[in-house]
Design a protein around this ligand. Structure first.
Ligand SMILES: *Cc1c(COP(=O)(O)O)cnc(C)c1O
Length: 390
């Protein structure tokens, strides 16, 4: 388990509990029932670290790993992942040969996507596995229902040449964070119609998938053959404040902490940080947190971001700078080097990722994903040795 003493020498770190990741993946695995489970690790596993998270997910039963872009998928292969990997975001003209040769499942939303995959398959002497995407109402990628039959026909023709294998039909939910919203049912209807149309054209791939975390946890009708949860893997709720991680059986995996690099006494009337947006009203103690927007601390959380110091909740004061932020510690006896927890599971009274999302006017997803490369990720694994650095 995480303990404040685990890495006492660091300035700042994001401690990722791999036991929590495995617990969350196992929870999602159970919720998925007979559907397969794809753990989504895009954007450096939502800031938690691509390879350690993917390994933990495989150990806990992830059948697939999901990545947004080819660089992520190839990094997984280079890291030794030999399992099924799906990657869905490419641009026209992008080199697909590496991904096809590495056996990555890719997506196509339009005939040009099938053409490019066929060309990559020809160039590498392999078959490209493709999942055909239908836009069921997100209006992001995917063929519209009007374009769908044409995409299916072209993919089927490419499959007949042996260059393409149609492995899936898939889509994405726009309102799964609001499971009772009728748009979810509408999307599922459009999806089912696309599946039926494809079947009528002779295309019946083994993997039909549309569920993200919200769908996996609260819309069983969206499970089909495979579910693709991302944020829940990290112990964060896809439902915002409406349903807590605890209620979902999830454990937040990341604790962001740092050590005060300067502590000083200032008099009343002292202006703090750029613009002097905060001026002390009494003699007080100011602590310097060595993290700023260059590390992913939202500048929008200036004067609002919650922190936990010496067993008490405090709020950032003055503007968040690029590398540093400030805390008014009042008359507390706090020494330089003292631990500051920005967020964690909340068990000890520390703020949570959702508290930071509220303070910055954003969602929990963004708070963890935006953490910068300058913050080392360290790993604790209760089932193994403590304090593995990765
Ligand atoms: C991000 C993403 C997911 C996971 O979404 P969560 O809300 O984090 O569960 C699944 N599928 C696709 C296509 C995505 O882009």
């Amino acid at each position: 388990m995480y303990s404040p003493e685990s890495h006492p020498a660091l300035r700042a770190e994001a401690v990722v509990d791999l036991g929590a990741i495995r617990h969350n993946v196992a929870t999602l695995r159970a919720v998925a029932g007979s559907a397969q489970l794809m753990t989504v690790v895009k954007a450096d596993a939502y800031g938690h670290g691509l390879l350690p998270v993917a390994r933990a997910a495989r150990e806990a039963g992830a059948d697939w790993i999901g990545a947004a872009v080819i660089e992520e998928a190839l990094a997984l292969r280079a890291g030794g992942d030999t399992g099924r990997i799906f990657c869905w975001l490419t641009a026209p003209g992008e080199d697909l040969t590496g991904a096809v040769a590495a056996g990555i499942d890719l997506s196509a939303s339009a005939p040009w996507g099938i053409d490019e995959l066929s060309a990559a398959a020809r160039a590498t002497g392999t078959t490209a596995r493709v999942h055909l995407k239908i836009d069921t109402g997100m209006s992001r990628a995917g063929a519209t229902p009007d374009e769908w039959p044409e995409l299916v026909r072209i993919a089927r023709a490419a499959e007949a040449t042996g260059l393409i294998e149609i492995a899936g039909i898939w889509s994405h939910l726009a309102l799964a964070d609001d499971p009772k919203n009728p748009v979810n049912d509408q999307q599922l209807e459009v999806f089912q119609a696309a599946v039926d149309d494809a079947a009528a054209l002779g295309v019946r791939p083994p993997f039909r998938h549309i569920a993200n975390s919200g769908g996996t946890l609260r819309l069983p009708a969206s499970h089909f053959d495979l579910v693709r949860p991302g944020v829940a893997t990290y112990g964060l709720s896809p439902f915002g404040r409406a349903i807590t991680p605890t209620e979902l059986g999830l454990r937040p995996a990341m604790t962001l902490r740092a050590r005060l690099s300067v502590v000083k006494r200032v008099s009343a009337g002292t202006g703090i940080s750029y613009g002097h947006t905060y001026v002390t009203t009494a003699p007080t103690t100011i602590g310097l947190l060595p993290l700023g927007y260059g590390d992913g601390i939202p500048r929008h959380a200036s004067g609002a971001g919650p922190v936990w110091v010496a067993g008490e909740r405090r709020t950032l004061v003055g503007r968040v700078c690029m590398d540093q932020s400030l805390i008014d510690l009042g008359d507390d006896d706090v020494q330089p080097g003292a631990e500051v927890v920005l967020f964690g599971p909340g068990d000890r009274g520390e703020p949570t990722v959702d508290d930071w999302a509220d303070a910055a006017g954003t969602i929990n997803y963004e708070i963890v994903t935006r953490l910068g490369a300058r913050v080392p990720r360290t790993y604790v694994d209760p089932a193994r040795t403590e304090g593995v650095t990765g």
